[in-house]
Design a binder for this molecule. Structure first.
Ligand code: ZN
Length: 508
């Protein structure tokens, strides 16, 4: 059958839960998904931080594909791009200073500073890990006067405070370093950071946190009873050694200032027109986030520091691309489809918040949003790694939020899946009491806030989630092909219905 006849047949029989994929000249395939992802998750894109050159290159790649396939531009001024601006307030590296014993340190090389803005100076007291819990005999502040002083700590937890009990809230009288510092009147916390390790920072604390790197720690510990290497070696252990006041008269002065900056980046938007003269004014939105978190930490001899985000969310990025391709080159359903690749998701759902507030089509004409964020990884049989315990297997996928606003959408997801690959749909994260709260944690949430029924497709977290090993080599493209085709078929089904999915519930 020629393509047109097949399309006509498909639409005439309104076989909306059948697989329109079968009528396509170039169906969604594992190979095509892989080809896109090898580009999107390449080291040369440097982890697609928002904003970054690597992210912009990804945007150009997506737009180029859309143009080749004849997907209409859906962004600003007839382009595929929607410009987004986000104002942030951050430490100003030009006017933020640290001096140790009168010697000026260099920001970034020797130290990192965190808000709030402050200008303080004082003598320094070493207080180990900084935790205090008298009920367990832990009090590194005992016998020391830390009022008006600057605390020096290393990261770690004393052996008297087992982490399951500590983080499980089982130690009633525990004070975290930041709490003890505030109560005892200390002015700032210095954290000694070994070269090869990250450290925990108390972001949002109301006294300044300053991370000291090797140079600064060596300067500070000059002539003291323990040196820089000893301090570094205590990081991450259960034994921080004795507390002590550093030499009298040795002072640390810190000035932290803030600057407003405007970050500029873009969402990528494409549209495929529907076939029905009336219903084509409505849209099924399908989207993903094409950003990730860039480079993190230092690279080592065996490990680069580029977090490629092949699964998060390279997988959703290329799945959305292939779905756009399928709609552009295959049969046209009644409604239009709009594809949005959001930026800034990892920074706090920035791009989708902007799109929801500044939609490029009328927001009340978007009848559903299908969000794809992490569908590339699957748990292999026999995998006993605890970090993969919630990773879905090759025949399963988590669906989140599909009944949160609309039972019509929830029913469509179930019935289309059943008629296609009949994967096991796992709805466990729909529980409003689930501690992970994934419903609030990806771009669909900003659409749901506007009253748009959403469904979020997700494979669950895994050992490489937000790490340098979220690489394209670890993607299960066979499972990804099934999930992508299923989402395409769900989108097609919604775009074919006489009535848009009814909103019969209130947003959570
Ligand atoms: Zn993500």
């Amino acid at each position: 059958l020629p393509m047109r006849a097949l399309t006509a047949l498909l639409l005439a029989t309104a076989a909306v839960s059948a697989n329109p994929q079968s009528a396509m000249p170039q169906p969604i395939t594992a190979k095509r998904l892989q080809a896109h992802l090898e580009f999107i998750a390449h080291d040369l894109l440097e982890g697609r931080d928002t904003p970054s050159r690597g992210l912009d290159i990804a945007a150009i790649y997506i737009a180029a594909q859309l143009k080749i396939w004849g997907v209409e531009p859906g962004g600003d001024d007839g382009t595929y791009f929607q410009k987004v601006e986000t104002k942030i307030s951050a430490v100003d590296p030009k006017t933020t200073t640290l001096t140790i014993n009168g010697k000026a340190m260099q920001i970034d090389r020797d130290f990192d500073a965190y808000l709030p803005e402050s200008e303080i100076s004082g003598e320094v007291v070493y207080v180990g890990f900084g935790f205090r819990a008298p009920s367990r005999g832990v009090d590194p502040y005992k016998g020391l006067d830390v009022k008006g002083k600057v605390l020096l700590i290393v990261n770690g937890v004393p052996k008297e405070l087992p982490t399951e009990e500590l983080y499980g809230g089982k130690i009633a009288d525990v004070e975290y370093p930041i709490q003890a510092a505030a109560r005892l009147g200390a002015k700032a916390i210095l954290i000694a950071k070994p070269d090869d390790q990250g450290v925990a920072i108390n972001i949002g604390a109301n006294i300044p946190n300053i991370v000291l790197k090797r140079n600064a720690v060596e300067e500070l510990m000059e002539g003291e009873r323990v040196g820089a290497d000893t301090l570094f070696s205590r990081t991450g252990t259960n034994d921080a050694g004795e507390s002590f006041a550093l030499a009298a008269g040795k002072t640390v002065a810190v000035k932290i200032t803030r600057a407003e900056r405007t970050l500029t980046y873009k969402n990528v938007v494409g549209i495929v027109r529907g076939s029905d003269p009336r219903l084509r004014e409505e849209y099924v939105a399908i989207g993903a986030h094409y950003d990730h978190v860039g480079k993190q930490g230092e690279s080592t001899a065996t490990q680069d520091n580029i977090w490629n985000g092949a699964d998060d969310d390279g997988s959703g990025t290329v799945a959305t691309l292939e779905i756009a391709h399928a709609f552009a080159t295959g049969p046209k359903p009644k409604r239009s489809t709009i594809f949005v690749w959001h930026a800034g998701e990892e920074k706090g759902l920035w791009g989708s918040a902007y799109f929801a507030d500044h939609p490029t089509v009328p927001i009340d004409k978007i009848v559903t949003q299908l969000n794809i964020d992490m569908i590339g990884r699957s748990r292999k049989p026999g995998d006993t790694n605890i970090a993969n315990k919630d990773l879905s297997d090759e025949n399963s996928i988590y669906v989140i939020g599909s009944r949160m606003l609309s039972d019509d959408l929830g029913d469509a997801v179930v019935s289309v899946n059943k008629g296609l690959y009949n994967m096991r749909l796992d709805f466990k994260y729909d529980d409003p009491n689930d501690p992970e709260q994934f419903y609030y944690r990806s771009d669909h949430y900003n659409y749901a806030q506007k009253g748009i029924p959403i469904a979020f497709f997700f494979n669950g977290v895994h050992e490489d989630y937000h790490g340098p090993d979220d690489e394209v080599e670890k993607i299960d493209f066979v499972r990804m092909e099934k999930v992508t085709r299923t989402i395409y078929a769900i989108g097609f089904n919604i775009a074919m219905r006489a009535e848009r999915p009814k909103v019969n519930k209130k947003a959570g």
